[in-house]
Design a protein around this ligand. Sequence first.
Ligand SMILES: [Zn+2]
Length: 265
Amino acid sequence: MKIYISADIEGVTGVTHWDETEKEKPDYNEFREQMTAEVVAACEGALNAGATEIWVKDAHDTGRNIIASKLPREVRLIRGWSGHPFSMVQELDHAFHGAIMIGYHSRAGSDGSPLAHTMARGITHVKINERYASEFLLYAYTAASVDVPLVFLSGDEGVCREAESLNPEITTVPVMRGMGGSTLSIHPKLAVERIRHEVERTVKEKKPACRIRLPDHFSVEVGFDTHAKAFRASFFPGVSLKEAHTVQFETDDYFEVLRAFLFIL
Ligand SMILES: [Zn+2]
């Protein structure tokens, strides 16, 4: 059994400030270690459930955060960014039996995390078919496009609620709640224990119900913090200005959504 794990850091237990997510800041090391610990826990849970091969995508910022030597030997680690539109789930294909998201966070335009955002910090919102989109939704749809069930997600309470509203069969472990510029977290070691236990349980069940139905058509809207960014994005083929700060486009092919995001977000 082959399992895919995509890991971000803003939804890792306790992460509250950008300084804790940026390599050059002294606060970063503690949270890089917790990100690694949560990914290790997910790997151990999947291995206990019978996984024989696990691919991990380090999907935050430089893509060079996870400490590779701490991962189990069955893991292959994808570091950096290839430039492929699959981005945070690069190399995911139909050969995987399940996908897992660790350290995911609330979307741009929401109050679920002090660090709420979708892809770039200059994006005020992303909507797909009138549904506000987080990075979770973008890559849950990507997994659906290659027919891989998304079985587990950990992160802040806001993104866990979003995952449950898309498909209640996805197992979630909320590790903290955002309140204004603050967070209320469970203990980092308890988060690791819960992730290990819940990943093991959910991968064992294999959860065919976790398949997400991909819409037949995509009506996409992206809001920017400056009109200049929206104006620039409006020149991507098929994209048009809706308002000064907002662009829109339509397609039936989800890969075209990802292709556009690669260039306009
Ligand atoms: Zn990130």
